[in-house]
Design a protein around this ligand. Structure first.
Ligand SMILES: Cc1cc2nc3c(=O)[nH]c(=O)nc-3n(C[C@H](O)[C@H](O)[C@H](O)COP(=O)(O)OP(=O)(O)OC[C@H]3O[C@@H](n4cnc5c(N)ncnc54)[C@H](O)[C@@H]3O)c2cc1C
Ligand SMILES: *[C@@H]1O[C@H](CO)[C@@H](O)[C@H](O)[C@H]1NC(C)=O
Ligand SMILES: *[C@@H]1O[C@H](CO)[C@@H](O)[C@H](O)[C@H]1NC(C)=O
Ligand SMILES: *[C@@H]1O[C@H](CO)[C@@H](O)[C@H](O)[C@H]1NC(C)=O
Ligand SMILES: *[C@@H]1O[C@H](CO)[C@@H](O)[C@H](O)[C@H]1NC(C)=O
Ligand SMILES: *[C@@H]1O[C@H](CO)[C@@H](O)[C@H](O)[C@H]1NC(C)=O
Ligand SMILES: *[C@@H]1O[C@H](CO)[C@@H](O)[C@H](O)[C@H]1NC(C)=O
Ligand SMILES: *[C@@H]1O[C@H](CO)[C@@H](O)[C@H](O)[C@H]1NC(C)=O
Ligand SMILES: *[C@@H]1O[C@H](CO)[C@@H](O)[C@H](O)[C@H]1NC(C)=O
Length: 572
């Protein structure tokens, strides 16, 4: 998905609803060492460890405390993903820094003066080398510490932070290199790029441009390809043309729980290669590099259209029309982010639909012809108006390149992959679902038309990518947010709103057992094993027990997490 304007997200709290909180309790048997437990390393042991990693151990603090300590952060800094990347304790969505479920809750909100540590790690290893990563993994294993791994801190499920943990921060591993012939065994798999986990997508678009190449990457500037993106599956506006990002990976280098650095590809450690392509971020080890294909680049047209609907009924009609026309993009493998937003001030019944469309390899004239049937029909709908339309023609690298992403909000989401058959057979269901979601006070419904085409054709690839991707047309996300001033009860209601209210509505469109993309999802999914991993879960569990027998790498709703409490601190 792409980033929201800061103003949008700051208004999300207007949509807060009351509801019952779901307390999450832990009844631990075996627990990781935390400050105060007998096995927790003494200060001398931390100091000795710090010397082995050239002094790259820092005490992590919440981002709000970091800002207060440096005499304040501007609003532009607070909402900048690039700025937050350099704060070891920071997450991009600040709700993940908060310990809402700790007893008592431990919070640190913007400009807060009395700050708790919340869910922020204790210490961070600011890794510069593979040896730093290996030392951190060995220190954590020896001392039975909770480990968290972070590259960009973008994670929408809070999986790159954990209370009382040692963070392995891979933001500084920024190597990047291209080759015309990447070898696995004695076979050249062609042109490829190898990146460290600290490399942002935007840098890949910029650097590949000079070579006349492009790689499959997401719409966000600051997501890290070799971090969580590829491990989740990685969708892109180029996916209908070239497949998912995970479909294009050739090799990983990873430090596993034993501390060993492993080469992982179709020949060497093939089981881990299977797992790292779709088996879920953060569950396998610390990835220190990933290699994936590049393609000859080309020009495309980016079409940005905003439509308004006077009320939910008009938006429902527009959503049905959009569903009926979704196949208009198929012949060219074009892709689209389609975002419906309620009036976040809550003062009118007007909602908007924004269409960010990548017409692949098309001129502006060709693109106008592709979109015209939809826009013409939309204009004829009662209560619907076209607010603006804009076309930008250029190299795909430039169309995808942004300097930064706007973050710094409190938000959670839930999602489902929507089968192509829904759009083909019952597009009117789409409108009904949108109407019910909006009527239920949903602020944002975020659609990703990034499947079909090559994503469907790649069904034969033997990887952990959820097979629901192969029959999907879109990935649909429902977003809920709040302000720091929202009460804890309302925050808890919003955290549970997807499960309690929105999912039953969405399932009318997806069917009851549809999958979801694990990187843009609800960490509280009731049956995450099936929803995120489908039939692959048993195989993934077996691979995990081989490479991570003691569950060093546990993340929320990740493989093996059913054995652990919400924080990955005690077994259940
Ligand atoms: C603004 C925005 C736009 C987005 N757009 C898209 C999009 O277009 N397409 C798409 O598919 N997704 C998109 N996403 C979702 C994105 O793929 C996930 O948030 C992804 O997990 C980010 O990976 P990261 O490493 O950058 O984030 P982090 O928060 O640093 O990490 C995410 C997960 O990966 C693990 N991880 C991070 N680094 C490593 C490492 N070196 N080794 C092992 N595990 C690691 C973490 O432990 C965590 O579980 C978007 C997210 C945002 C915030
Ligand atoms: C680690 O060592 C460096 C360099 O000596 C020092 O600046 C830093 O404060 C130490 N970290 C911790 C957590 O003590
Ligand atoms: C926090 O304080 C800074 C000044 O240090 C100010 O610019 C900013 O607007 C404040 N943010 C909020 C949300 O109050
Ligand atoms: C490592 O990261 C820190 C903090 O994010 C940054 O200040 C520093 O320049 C980085 N160093 C390298 C070598 O990338
Ligand atoms: C980065 O590349 C340099 C030069 O090839 C290499 O020496 C170094 O080990 C690499 N670092 C990492 C973390 O992979
Ligand atoms: C390497 O190439 C030879 C001959 O081309 C082939 O027989 C052999 O199987 C290949 N080895 C691998 C590991 O692919
Ligand atoms: C993209 O379009 C520009 C301007 O029309 C043209 O100069 C350039 O050669 C095109 N690039 C590709 C890769 O087709
Ligand atoms: C774009 O169009 C050109 C010219 O028709 C073609 O050679 C190229 O393969 C196309 N690229 C993609 C990604 O479709
Ligand atoms: C669309 O993608 C598919 C799958 O890669 C490919 O077979 C087809 O040629 C592409 N169509 C166009 C117009 O490029």
């Amino acid at each position: 998905m792409i980033f929201l304007p800061a103003s949008t997200a700051l208004l999300l709290a207007a949509l807060s609803r009351l509801g019952n909180a779901t307390p999450l309790l832990s009844t631990g048997q075996k627990c990781r060492n935390v400050p105060g437990s007998a096995g927790f390393p003494a200060p001398t042991a931390w100091n000795a460890f710090n010397s082995t990693i050239s002094g790259r151990l820092v005490a992590a603090i919440p981002s709000a405390e970091f800002c207060v300590n440096r005499g304040g952060c501007t609003d532009a800094e607070w909402t900048s993903a690039v700025f937050r990347n350099h704060i070891p304790g920071a997450m991009n969505q600040i709700n993940w820094e908060q310990g809402y479920d700790l007893t008592p809750p431990s919070l640190c909100v913007v400009n807060g003066t009395a700050c708790g540590q919340g869910d922020v790690p204790l210490y961070s290893v600011e890794a510069q080398t593979v040896a730093d990563v290996q030392a951190a993994v060995k220190f954590a294993t020896t001392n039975d510490l909770r480990v968290a791994i972070k590259s960009s801190g973008h994670d929408y499920l809070g999986r790159s932070t954990a209370p009382h943990s040692l963070l392995i921060h891979t933001n500084n591993l920024t190597n990047l290199s291209f080759t015309d012939a990447f070898f696995v065994g004695n076979e050249s798999l062609g042109s490829a790029v190898t990146v460290g986990p600290g490399v942002h997508l935007t840098l890949i678009y910029q650097e590949s441009k000079a070579l006349g190449r492009i790689a499959v990457g997401g719409s966000a500037a600051t997501v890290c390809a070799a971090g969580g993106y590829l491990q989740g599956a990685g969708h892109s506006s180029l996916s209908p043309t070239f497949g998912l990002a995970a479909d294009n990976v050739l090799e990983f280098q990873i430090v596993v729980a034993s501390g060993e650095l492993l080469q992982v590809n179709s020949i060497t450690n093939p089981n881990l290669f299977y797992a790292l392509r779709g088996g879920g971020a953060g569950s396998w080890g610390v990835v220190v590099s990933a290699t994936f294909r590049t393609f000859p680049t080309f020009n495309s047209t980016f079409g940005l259209f905003t439509l308004s609907a006077a009320n939910n009924k008009a938006m429902a009609a527009l959503a049905t029309l959009h569903a009926q026309h979704i196949f208009d993009f198929e012949a060219t493998n074009s892709s689209q982010y389609f975002i419906v937003e309620a009036d976040l001030t809550g003062t009118t019944t007007t909602s908007t639909m924004t269409l960010e469309t990548y017409m692949i390899n098309q001129t502006v004239e060709q693109s106008q012809a592709i979109i015209a049937p939809f826009l013409t029909a939309a204009q004829a709908l009662p209560g619907v108006a076209i607010v603006s339309s804009k076309y930008t023609y250029g190299l795909m690298n430039d169309l995808l390149n942004h300097p930064d992403d706007s973050v710094g909000n409190d938000l959670v989401m839930g999602s489902r992959l929507i089968p192509e058959s829904t759009y083909r057979n019952s597009p009117e269901t789409v409108g009904e679902v949108y109407q019910q979601l909006l009527d239920a006070g949903t602020p944002i419904i975020f659609g990703n038309l990034v499947a079909g085409g090559k994503v469907a054709e790649n069904a034969n690839i033997d990887s952990a990518v959820n097979p629901a991707w192969r029959t999907a047309k879109t990935h649909l996300i429902v977003i809920n947010g709040w302000l720091d001033s929202t009460s804890q009860d309302n925050v808890n209601a919003l955290r549970s709103k997807f499960r309690n209210t929105q999912l039953p509505i969405l399932e009318q469109m997806s069917g009851p057992n549809a999958g979801s993309y694990s990187n843009e999802a609800d960490v509280m999914e009731a049956d995450f094993q099936t929803t995120f991993f489908g039939p692959n879960y048993a195989k993934l569990s077996a691979i995990k027990s081989k490479y991570d027998p003691d569950d060093l790498f546990i993340v929320g709703a990740g493989v093996g997490s059913e054995r652990w409490d919400e924080w990955g601190l005690c077994t259940v």
